[in-house]
Design a protein around this ligand. Structure first.
Ligand code: G1P
Length: 292
């Protein structure tokens, strides 16, 4: 029987240099898409997928993330006194229950693999999720739930994948595909950020993973890979053979909030997905396009 996925690791230690000066004192994960911080979408997606414990791999200066998911008694009292029930619900809805949130400080920016390794003690020996909040997914079924459902059937590592243009392979972990039924692609290998001419396929990993804890044994070797960083992709690659690895072509659309253009695109897409905004937003966008 495949063990249930209860815990998620969220690497949030990055400096967010692409968004300076906005990220001078504000964590990039706290930048809002419409009216919600980017990281809250990740947490809501994980809660909807049955995740109960959240392990943030954080850094100095990013304390606002943990604050955001903690109770705020003064604000709650003020809203309650003014009978602002809807607003109170929004504040309380962004609070995780006691014990559901753990913060681990990553001592130095040594790579995504190192960030995930920092969660080892808190994850222990059970399958776990990794969520990169920069990747936002609009879908009918939460992307992580799709992965967990697939994991319940095939076990091992199951990651979200999508086909990218060949000239983009150097931005992603890329699968070397063994077999592919159109939804699940079984990999015989993985390469981190290959040049287009060397990429074994154009099937790219996006920021949602369900992983077997065996990956920690490889991460613990602290081997440096692409860019001199400890890469999650490399550690996963080394476990192939002993742990099955599948890429799931998930239902939905991913938005890369790690870039400025992607961030604007996400704001528009998530705005258009909100019934109370779409009708007013659509003509405004059209007007802007027509004016050019
Ligand atoms: C990381 C991973 C990469 C993955 C990507 C998804 O890269 O190293 O394998 O494809 O996330 O967003 P980063 O975007 O941190 O450079």
């Amino acid at each position: 029987m495949v063990q249930r996925v209860r815990k998620a690791v969220l690497p949030v230690a990055g400096l967010g240099t692409r968004f300076l000066p906005a990220t001078k004192v504000t964590a990039k994960e706290m930048l809002p898409v419409i009216d919600k911080p980017v990281v809250q979408y990740a947490i809501e997606e994980a809660l909807a997928a049955g995740i109960e414990e959240f392990i943030f791999i954080s850094a100095d200066g990013k304390e606002a993330i943990a604050e955001h998911f903690s109770p705020h008694p003064a604000l709650e009292k003020a809203l309650a006194e003014k009978n602002k029930d809807a607003e109170l619900k929004l504040v309380q809805g962004a609070t995780l229950p006691p014990g559901a949130m753990h913060i681990v400080k990553q001592p130095a920016p040594l790579g995504l693999g190192h960030a995930v390794w920092c969660g080892w003690k808190l994850v222990g020996n059970e399958p776990f999720a990794v969520i990169l909040p920069d990747d936002m997914v609009l879908s009918k079924t939460p992307c992580l739930k799709q992965l967990i459902d697939a994991h319940a059937k095939v076990g091992g590592h199951v990651v979200a994948v999508e086909d990218v243009a060949r000239d983009q392979t150097n931005r992603y972990g890329i699968l070397d595909v063994l077999s592919d039924d159109g939804t699940l692609a079984k990999a015989k290998g993985l390469v981190e950020k290959p040049k287009p001419e060397n990429a074994p396929s154009t099937l790219a990993i996006i920021g949602r993973y369900v992983l077997d804890p065996a990956v920690f044994i490889e991460l613990d070797k602290k081997t440096q890979g692409a860019g001199g960083e400890i890469q999650l992709t490399d550690a996963l690659n080394k476990t192939i053979g002993s742990v099955p690895f599948h890429g799931l072509r998930f239902e939905g659309k991913r938005y890369d909030c790690g870039t400025r253009v992607g961030f604007v695109e996400a704001n528009v897409a998530f705005g258009l997905a909100l019934p109370d905004m779409a009708d007013r937003l659509r003509p405004l966008l059209q007007k802007l396009l027509d004016a050019k």
